[in-house]
Design a protein around this ligand. Structure first.
Ligand code: GLC
Length: 752
């Protein structure tokens, strides 16, 4: 019934304004009813909606039948229920959810279709938990290879990230759950994330860092937005006039509401005047001080009304789930588990396959699986985005189950110690012999000898390297991208006794492979790949499916090659600290809030200068002609693909490029075709090339398909700072089509 009313209301508004409503304007269809409600509310009831009620909810107005707004962390699984006043577990049993592959794994599928399905999965399970808004997707560009949230975010490229953010948003909201897209904006490091001032030019801001948010909000109708903790060009995101009012609401026509990151609100007047709707958590800014400010004539009640209107638009765009309907069944649903498996299968990237070590040969009768990353679960950890999964198939479990079908013997050895990261509490009485004391400690000789013996006695070695969710996590960035705890020494020793070796990297971000690559004939990026990650990995390793993932970010040969490091922009050697970076220091923990703030105020303010501008990721490596270890968009298959000569046409709205693609192999396989543009005769400054379109194409053995890629002309514009607007440089466009940013197969050109 509700949906019918919504449709009728939409039609009425459409008729009134002559034409289909934009995704954002659809949020205004209930404004008449909302304004009547606001007219019945007291000032206290209205202000009560502008801040947290519990740690994961903000208030409605029970007297008027307006339900509270319930939030849940994502972005890759509905987080277990917490206590009303904090994140500690509520100890429920039905809140075990599906653990979807994390952001970088989803991005490695390069599949808009899967991103949409992923969003539906998140939306469905949020509804079962009575949640109105998921705190995701997390779509910030991966500027730093060491970024703590690289695993959570999508990619280093705005076109890829924007396409996936859009589909995730549509999928989730089509299931009746609002997204809260985050972290708006330019949140690209965890170091001093609570106050670091990201300083960048407008063109870089528009073309790179805002693009994923823009498409999800303007085209996808994202209903809520989470301003980031950091500052952008001097102003905190949660009170940033340029971001929240001028761009978000002014240019993009955003009609929903903004909710601060937890602890990310900084003032009453700043929040009220510059675009924040809801303070999470606490009410020391958007509670009584608002009422006091109105009484003092510094704010008006109409300002409060507008913020309440924006919140109620979302409230009435989604159904509140009655408390006696929510949490009645197990959260994780089989159809969502299946989506997680589909994403995992298409995310796995085959980085190297010398001598076709993969798929596992039919004559292999024994496999040595080496490395704790084959058995460690990856659902939790990494702070806020952890999931209490109903189940998780580890890589070893996946391999053992699949090997059993062929009567293949599997032997496991831990191989190296696991670095547990920051301890959340006192060290255990009994030290775990498999836990390392330091991330860079050398290989453990006993574990190494045990692993080498297992490798020597097997037909095939599968070495599981990588990081873990204490090394790559929200709240801190890695110091480097080195493989931890002596893994390099170990893999060299394994290769010495058995060169029939495959490395599988289990990590969210890139790792330094300079030592490992020469001693690994095959290398697979296995990601933190969700509830069915082990199942999917086994399917790829045994050749049931061909690998088809493509890297969503560059693997630098060495960290210093990457732009922010090469230019000395990160880390900020002069930085002091902030609330988040200091909160783990024992001496600071003993301080009062005032003493802590005094300490922070005494320190140099953290700054991050984006002087690399729009040369982020492959844009930098290609333009500077620095060879990466593995390039953006790289990923091998078990088959070869043949690209036909492309034909390109250009209209005022779009460039279309058509070509044939043939699967020359003996098994079905997917290829992700990528279209880059370069501008050989440009007057404006551009990177060497930029991704402008892509498509995942499924082909049976020997099958040929005709593929058409479309580049909207609006995606070819640049932000012209001299006119402070989008602008189009006319002229010749080189069209480069291929299998990776460094594997261009065919090309042509058009003039726009
Ligand atoms: C965290 C994260 C944010 C998360 C929120 C609630 O600090 O930055 O992504 O949604 O707090 O857990």
């Amino acid at each position: 019934m509700k949906k019918v009313l919504l449709l009728i209301a939409s039609a009425a508004v459409m008729a009134a304004c002559g034409g289909p409503l934009s995704p954002q304007d659809k949020l205004t269809v209930n404004d008449k009813k909302i304004n009547e409600l606001i007219g019945q509310m007291t000032l206290e009831e209205k202000v009560n909606m502008l801040h947290s009620k519990t740690n994961m909810s903000s208030a409605g107005v029970e007297r008027l039948g307006i339900a509270d707004m319930n939030y849940a962390d994502g972005p890759f699984g509905i987080r277990e229920e917490g206590q009303p006043n904090g994140f500690m577990s509520a100890g429920w049993t039905l809140d075990s959810a599906t653990y979807f592959p994390t952001g970088s794994a989803l991005a490695a599928t390069w599949s808009e279709e899967l991103a949409y399905k992923y969003g539906t999965g998140m939306g469905k399970e949020a509804r079962l938990r009575g949640k109105d808004v998921i705190l995701g997707p997390a779509v910030n560009i991966q500027r730093l290879p060491v970024g703590g949230r690289t695993y959570e975010y999508l990619s280093e490229d705005p076109i890829l990230s924007a396409a996936l953010a859009l589909e995730y948003t549509k999928g989730c909201q089509d299931e009746g759950t609002a997204v809260c897209i985050k972290h708006f904006a330019v949140n690209n490091q965890e170091t001093n994330r609570g106050s670091v001032d990201a300083q960048l030019d407008e063109r870089t801001l528009r073309e790179i860092y805002l693009k994923p948010f823009e498409r999800a909000i303007v085209e996808g109708g994202a209903m809520s937005v989470m301003p980031a903790y950091n500052k952008v060009n001097g102003e905190y995101c949660s009170e940033n006039e340029h971001l929240l009012n001028e761009i978000l609401r002014g240019e993009w026509g955003f009609k929903g509401f903004t909710v601060s990151d937890w602890g990310g609100t900084h003032s009453t007047m700043g929040a009220m005047l510059h675009g924040l709707n809801v303070q999470m958590t606490g009410s020391n800014y958007l509670g009584q001080p608002v009422i006091d400010s109105i009484k003092a004539g510094k704010l008006t009640e109409e300002m409060v009304d507008e913020k309440v209107r924006q919140i109620l638009r979302v409230r009435y765009a989604i159904e509140a789930v009655p408390a006696d309907v929510a949490n009645q069944v197990m959260t994780s649903q089989p159809e969502c588990q299946d989506i997680a498996r589909q994403v995992a299968e298409k995310s796995i990237v085959l980085l190297k396959n010398e001598g076709k070590v993969l798929p596992i040969a039919k004559n292999v009768k024994s496999i040595a699986v080496i490395g704790q990353n084959a058995v460690l679960k990856t659902q939790s950890g990494g702070m806020g985005a952890g999931v209490k999964a109903l189940y998780e198939v580890t890589p070893l479990q996946g391999i053992e189950k699949r090997a059993a079908r062929e009567g293949i013997e599997v032997d496991y050895a831990p191989g190296y110690k696991n670095f547990p990261g920051r301890r959340w509490g006192p060290a255990p009485a009994q030290k775990d012999p498999l836990e390392a004391d330091a991330i860079d400690e050398p290989a453990d000789q006993f574990l190494m000898s045990e692993a080498v013996e297992a490798a020597a006695n097997a037909d095939l070695v599968i070495f599981f390297g990588g990081t873990n969710k204490n090394i790559e996590t929200e709240g801190s960035d890695r110091k480097d991208i080195k493989l931890p705890c002596g893994q390099e020494e170990l893999v060299q020793a394994l290769y010495q006794v058995n060169p029939n070796l495959v490395t599988v990297l289990i990590s969210g971000g890139p790792t330094d492979l300079q030592v490992l690559e020469p001693v690994s004939p095959a290398i697979v990026q296995g990601w933190w790949n969700g509830t069915e990650g082990g199942t999917a990995l086994a399917e790829v390793l045994f050749g049931d499916i061909a690998p088809s993932g493509k890297l969503p970010f560059t693997f630098p040969r060495k960290l210093e090659d990457s732009p922010a490091y090469a230019l000395g922009n990160f880390p900020d050697k002069n930085a002091g600290g902030d609330l988040f970076s200091l909160m783990y220091r024992p001496d600071v923990l003993k301080m009062s809030r005032e003493e802590r703030q005094k300490l922070i105020d005494s320190m140099p303010k953290p700054v991050s200068k984006y002087t690399e501008r729009f040369y982020v990721g492959y844009r930098w490596f290609d333009t500077k002609e620095i060879a990466p270890m593995y390039a953006f968009g790289h990923g091998l298959s078990y088959v070869d693909f043949a690209y036909g000569e492309p034909k390109a046409t250009a209209s005022k709205d779009a460039v279309k490029v058509t070509f044939t693609l043939k699967n020359e192999g003996a098994m079905a396989a997917d290829e992700v075709v990528q279209l880059y543009v370069s501008r050989p005769e440009a007057q404006v400054e551009w990177p060497a090339k930029e991704l402008k379109a892509f498509q995942r194409v499924s082909l049976g053995a020997g099958e040929t398909k005709t593929v058409t890629l479309t580049v909207p002309v609006k995606d070819l514009r640049y932000w012209n700072e001299s006119i402070n607007a989008w602008d189009l440089e006319h002229g010749k466009l080189q069209i480069l089509v291929g299998s990776a940013s460094d594997d261009i197969r065919v090309s042509t050109h058009v003039t726009i």
